[in-house]
Design a protein around this ligand. Structure first.
Ligand code: HEC
Ligand code: HEC
Length: 496
């Protein structure tokens, strides 16, 4: 008896899949005890689950990696069923429900990805919703339905949450029941009796299930990968990447730029799903041996090859990391100077109530960090020291510094540069722009070194009216020390 024709090891993914779906349901239910589906709290609630000592991190880790297992097992089950011709033994509608199940599983994975509300989640969702907009005819409607409101925000999150915990799981349960019933219904052409599940097949399923479970626990042992920075809708430079099983699709999109995007985003995937669903009508002969079904064998091999190749290419095609020193903005560099001035080290030291600043991995949003920086007492009562009078620009600079520092260590800049950056981000950034960051009341200074040398710049900054009697720019001669004036003039003179 060929292993392809009767139940055997290859038939185990279907049953193991049910067990893993139950694991997802149970871990998901526990995550729901703490998760808050609102943009203000989602991130912190996930952070709490991960950092709470009571094993929340393990539950979260199992749920995270479990999703991959369910996706892989579903795909495997479908593949085995197609290759072995198992679908020919059952009602054709069993195959159709199987294809729908695959879509529901992918929907669950997609909606779950948004819930932590970190940068990764947010921007991947922006991409998904933009792609749904391409659907011919119903694009606007689909995007509006997925978004919930005018922009991606609270309504989007509650909507995806409801899909993730109610609508899709309910559809999944209904489909699994229908699928199981239909799959056990013999097709009219089949004479052989169904293979009993118990005891042999049950034992095989248990072995594979336990092995897969052990593998899942091994992966989840250290918890899921850490959260990214909190979602920040203003950071349009963020390059989103989907979860690995969507990388293939993501890669496919790259080959269809501009107005052809709809081909990669909608047309090709839709045709693939339709072709998959039509398999029992395409491959209708009772022949089940793959060696005598060359068309199906070739088709399956082609699909498998294409999906793996696209996934590998997508995996490799990461955005290049920005070179460290160049990506430090003048504001972030200036922030370091203010952080040193503001005695943050009172608490942020090895032996203090909080980790040293260099060791912090930012998890709070910019508002929290700004509020904390202006009055650290807010979160650490009992250590009250009247907050130093703080300047909003200094706070913005400190937040920029802390956010940058959370990404990588401080590369180190000459003292002069630091001083100039502090001057600029405290006094000038409101009116002048450097490298795209700053105000528009005065001219952009990104290339000002081409126009004036350091001595001329120094004069203009210290006393603009000495150069141009009608100057609108305030004079800084009395506000800056000689060192500061020399530093900012030299810094700007070097901008060419
Ligand atoms: C009174 C003590 C105290 C002072 C002073 C203080 N901090 Fe903190 N800071 C804390 C504590 C405690 C935490 C941890 C709070 C938490 O994560 O819940 C923290 C957390 C942070 C975080 C991490 C937030 C995150 O995203 O997880 C940043 C950034 C930070 N502080 C920056 C600063 C800066 C910059 C200064 C100086 C302007 C400063 N702190 C001064 C006590 C202090
Ligand atoms: C209140 C807004 C304002 C602030 C604050 C300000 N500037 Fe200006 N700056 C101007 C305007 C407006 C001009 C255009 C010339 C004029 O009307 O004075 C200018 C011109 C300049 C120029 C000459 C540009 C050129 O193309 O020739 C330099 C250099 C300059 N500013 C540097 C600085 C520096 C350095 C600081 C911070 C220490 C600063 N400015 C702060 C508004 C401002």
């Amino acid at each position: 008896m060929s292993p392809w024709s009767r139940a055997g090891w290859l038939a185990t993914p279907g049953a193991v899949l049910i067990a893993f779906a139950v694991v997802q349901a149970v871990t998901g239910a526990f995550l729901m005890l703490y998760y808050v589906p609102s943009p203000d709290h989602a991130y912190d609630s996930v952070r709490f689950i991960i950092s709470s000592p009571a094993g929340g991190w393990l539950v979260h880790g199992v749920h995270h990696y479990g999703a991959s297992f369910v996706v892989v097992l579903t795909a495997l089950h479908l593949l085995v069923s197609a290759a072995s011709g198992a679908f020919k033994r059952a009602d054709r509608r069993a195959w159709l429900t199987g294809v729908v199940l695959l879509l529901i599983v992918l929907g669950l994975a997609l909606t779950g990805y948004l819930l932590p509300w970190d940068q990764r989640a947010y921007w991947a969702t922006v991409v998904t919703i933009n792609l749904s907009q391409l659907a011919p005819g119903a694009g606007r409607l689909a995007a509006a339905a997925l978004r919930g409101g005018e922009t991606i925000g609270a309504l989007t999150l509650t909507r995806w949450y409801a899909l993730h915990v109610i609508f899709l799981p309910a559809a999944l349960v209904a489909m699994v029941i229908a699928h199981t019933i239909l799959a056990r219904r013999r097709a009219a052409t089949v004479e052989e009796p169904p293979v009993p599940f118990y005891p042999e097949q049950a034992a095989r399923t248990a072995v594979i299930g336990l092995l897969a479970g052990a593998f899942l626990l091994a992966l989840a042992r250290h918890g899921a990968p850490p959260l990214g920075p909190p979602a920040d809708s203003s950071d349009t430079s963020y390059v989103p990447r989907p979860e690995w099983y969507f990388l293939g699709l993501f890669q496919l999109l790259k080959y269809f730029p501009g107005r052809y995007e709809v081909l990669g985003a909608i047309v090709i995937p839709a045709l693939a799903v339709l072709a998959l669903a039509a398999l029992p009508w395409i491959d209708r002969r009772p022949e089940r041996d793959l060696r005598r079904r060359p068309l199906v064998a070739a088709g399956l091999a082609a699909v498998l090859l294409a999906v793996s190749a696209l996934t590998v290419l997508g995996w490799r095609d990461r955005p290049p990391a920005a070179p460290a020193a160049e990506s430090w903005t003048v504001r972030a560099i200036g922030g370091r100077v203010f952080v040193e001035r503001h005695t943050c080290a009172r608490c942020h030291v090895e032996t203090g109530v909080a980790d040293p600043l260099e060791a912090l991995r930012l998890s709070r949003g910019p508002e929290w960090t700004a509020a904390h920086t202006s009055d650290p007492e807010m979160i650490a009562p009992g250590l009250r020291e009247p907050p130093a009078p703080v300047n909003e620009r200094e706070i913005a600079a400190m937040v920029a510094y802390m956010r940058r520092l959370s990404g990588e260590p401080y590369p180190g800049f000459p003292l002069r540069t630091e001083t100039a950056a502090a001057v600029f981000s405290r006094y000038c950034i409101g009116c002048h722009t450097l490298d795209g960051d700053g105000g528009k009341d005065g001219p952009d200074l990104s290339r000002i070194g081409r126009k004036h040398d350091a001595a001329a710049l120094s004069r203009r900054i210290a006393d603009p009216e000495s150069v141009d009697p009608k100057a609108e720019m305030p004079s800084f001669g009395s506000r800056l020390s000689a060192d500061e004036l020399a530093a900012i003039a030299a810094y700007l003179a070097a901008r060419r």
